[in-house]
Ligand binder design. Structure first.
Ligand code: HEM
Ligand code: HEM
Length: 452
């Protein structure tokens, strides 16, 4: 047991990282939501300017909650499916420590207005370099582990995790234009295209493979049911790589980018249904008579619900990639609704589920309170469904009004109710996030020993 604890120190650190930063990230979201409901609330505080809080919120949900939970899980999953121990675990520990330094840097720089001003690539060059180092450390651990594996067949989770890490490193350097440290950008429309190549790949080639890889491990493990087909799983993996890399321009359908690039991005957005359904078929189909087993473990339940949100997100995604739909939905709260069901519903739920499922295995302690985790599950599920309905409705009203030639400020009074509702739902979500933090910390600190 002692050996296991040292071996999985990095996983525990990453789980604690997620448990701490979720509070910061959600608090920033709530502060913004209050500002949208009651404008000018903090008009005299420059650090709370909306334009500073928004990138801080977005970067911290990604680097604060979603990725640390998934990376901590990956550091357990990869050695397990390779039937070996983690290679150079201290490098992973170093990455976890650096990770927290980067999160501090993200918060400190962005709320003080130090930004490169490109959406999803706001971080200053020094932080970009630090992120690259923390990925590089993880790449060494993961590939070192795979290289000394005792299991001949490389299970799909390892493919996704290893692939995701490599793509991340490449996308990060290119997307952040790291060879231009001062601006981190090209110029004009080329930069917009590159920015969204990066923006959507952060979601599709970094977060998605990590979440899919972890779910591919936890759902079959919890239900003691093998996936439907290994070949199908690898088909999904290669298809994801093949089609996702071209979809970034679907964010720029209203911009003067070359027509062929728009068409390519739309076609590939619809083609994304193939890897999505390859994954869902593989984990859902074998569950037909065993779905009840998922309810025996609250972590597995979170992960499963994450796959349901993935399904909904990926039906909505191709739909609003079509120009005829995007004319109505672009630049409205519809997209913010999509962003929350995607990043929180899909990746966040899988990340938090993985923390609950694997924490006892990496700490040797039982989950502090299953009831608390269940309460968090309901608070966050109701909160998220509420977010989705509220923001989608608000988005449709905005889109319809603008298509009818209405100007923005005349729609604002109609938005008020939705913004108030979102702020109230945000309080629910933050309460859920607080339960998560308490549960993770208490499990590691006071949890009952598994072998006692
Ligand atoms: C089949 C899969 C998907 C497709 C085709 C798709 C398509 C799109 C499109 C077209 C937009 C831009 C909408 C607009 O600006 O009008 C968008 C936005 C977004 N998507 Fe997806 N999506 C998919 C899955 C996902 C997943 C899995 C995630 C998260 C891991 C995600 C996260 C986001 C986010 C955060 C935004 C907001 C970006 C912004 O700030 O404008 N999407 N998606
Ligand atoms: C207390 C809970 C939360 C509240 C109140 C909240 C609120 C907000 C607000 C007000 C925005 C800006 C929307 C805009 O500019 O119109 C936003 C953006 C965003 N939030 Fe949250 N949020 C919360 C939790 C989360 C969580 C947990 C995640 C993911 C794990 C998340 C992911 C995002 C993303 C990806 C965006 C960017 C949306 C886009 O670019 O279209 N949020 N959030």
């Amino acid at each position: 047991m002692e050996e296991t604890r040292t071996q999985f120190l990095a996983s525990r650190l990453f789980f604690l990282t997620a448990a701490f930063w979720v509070l910061v990230a959600m608090t920033l979201g709530l502060i913004m939501a209050i500002q949208l409901a009651v404008p000018e609330t903090y008009a005299d505080i420059p650090q709370l300017l909306y334009s500073r809080l928004r990138p801080a919120h977005v970067n911290l949900v990604v680097f604060g909650l979603v990725l640390p939970g998934l990376v901590g899980a990956a550091l357990y999953v990869v050695p397990t499916v390779c039937r070996t121990t983690l290679f150079a675990p201290w490098l992973a520990v170093a990455s976890a420590v650096l990770w927290n330094g980067v999160n501090l840097g993200i918060l400190g720089t962005l709320i003080h207005g130090m930004t490169q001003g490109r959406e999803y690539a706001e971080l200053i060059w020094e932080l970009d370099v630090a992120v690259l180092v923390m990925y590089a450390l993880l790449i060494v651990c993961v590939f070192g582990t795979i290289a000394r594996r005792k299991e001949k067949l490389l299970y799909v989770s390892a493919w996704y995790i290893a692939g995701g890490l490599c793509w991340t490193a490449v996308v990060w350097v290119v997307g952040n234009v790291m060879w231009h440290p001062d601006t981190g950008s090209l110029s004009g429309i080329s930069d917009a295209i590159l920015n969204w190549f990066h923006g959507h790949n952060v979601l599709g080639l970094v977060i998605t493979p990590a979440a899919v890889g972890v779910a591919y491990f936890i759902i079959p493990h919890a239900t003691r049911t093998p996936i439907y087909s290994h070949t199908l799983s690898l088909l999904g993996f290669w298809m994801l790589l093949f089609v996702y890399t071209h979809t970034g321009t679907h964010h720029l359908l209203q911009a003067p980018v070359p027509q062929w690039l728009k068409v390519l991005s739309i076609v590939d957005s619809v083609a994304l249904l193939i890897p999505v359904f390859a994954f869902l078929t593989n984990v859902w189909l074998p569950l037909r008579e065993r779905i009840g087993r998922l309810h025996q473990d609250v972590g597995a339940k979170f992960v499963f619900v994450g796959t349901v949100w993935y399904f909904i997100t990926c039906l909505q995604g191709p739909l609003h990639s079509l120009p005829v739909v995007q004319r109505l939905t672009h630049f409205t709260n519809w997209v913010v609704g999509h962003a929350h069901i995607a990043v929180l519903g899909f990746a966040g739920f899988i990340s938090m589920g993985a923390v609950f499922y694997l924490l006892p295995r990496v700490s040797g302690r039982r989950l502090w309170s299953v009831r608390m985790a269940e309460a968090q599950y309901w608070l966050m599920s109701i909160g998220l469904i509420g977010f989705f309905l509220t923001l989608t409705s608000a988005g449709l009203i905005q889109g319809q009004a603008w298509l009818n030639g209405e100007v923005i400020y005349r729609i604002l009074p109609q938005m008020s109710l939705y913004m108030v509702l979102r702020a109230l739902l945000g309080i629910m979500m933050l309460t859920g996030g607080t339960l998560f933090t308490i549960n993770v910390v208490m499990t590691i600190w006071r949890g009952q020993k598994v072998d006692s």
